[in-house]
Design a protein around this ligand. Structure first.
Ligand SMILES: [Zn+2]
Length: 157
């Protein structure tokens, strides 16, 4: 479901930019969605954020997509994420590449990490290689590798 701008939730009584609910509905503010792609290196992207929530839900809600990603690797990711969340809570923001919103819960941390994974892959890999590799395994893609190959090809041509 797409709203033209941020929308009022009668459940939370707040304005929202997006959400994914357990019935499988993905709700987005089109204005915020476009804003996420206007800067592709700031680690803020509503579309990526909400799709990451939807991906986490796939293995919680039982349907034909059950076991879409590897549970073992996701558990390893969650263990490493706890360390990063603790770091975010107990040290100044500049010590982490993840934004504080990721401390809300494990699902929010996963979505915040996905935003960094695609928009700041090089910094992410330098910052916490273990977490980066775990996400690469979950999503079966390595954006840092892809972007550097694209860059090499564009220089060569
Ligand atoms: Zn979220």
């Amino acid at each position: 479901m797409i709203y033209p701008d941020n929308y009022y939730s009668t459940i939370t009584h707040k304005y929202h930019k997006g959400e994914v609910n357990r019935r499988g509905l993905i709700v987005l503010s089109w204005k915020s969605f476009k804003k996420g792609f206007s800067n592709q290196t700031d680690g803020l992207n509503l579309g990526l954020h909400e799709m990451a929530h939807a991906l986490r839900l796939i293995n919680i809600v039982e349907n034909e997509e059950y076991d879409f990603y590897d549970r073992g690797i996701m558990n390893e990711f969650d263990a490493e994420a706890k360390y990063e969340i603790n770091k975010l809570i107990h040290s100044p923001q500049e010590k982490s590449i993840f934004r504080k919103y990721g401390t809300t819960n494990m699902d929010e941390f996963f979505s915040v990490a996905i935003e960094c994974f695609f928009e700041r892959p090089y910094e992410f890999k330098q910052y916490n290689q273990k977490l980066y590799i775990l996400l690469s395994k979950i999503l079966k893609v390595d954006p840092d590798q892809l972007y550097s190959e694209c860059y090499t090809h564009s220089i060569a041509s």
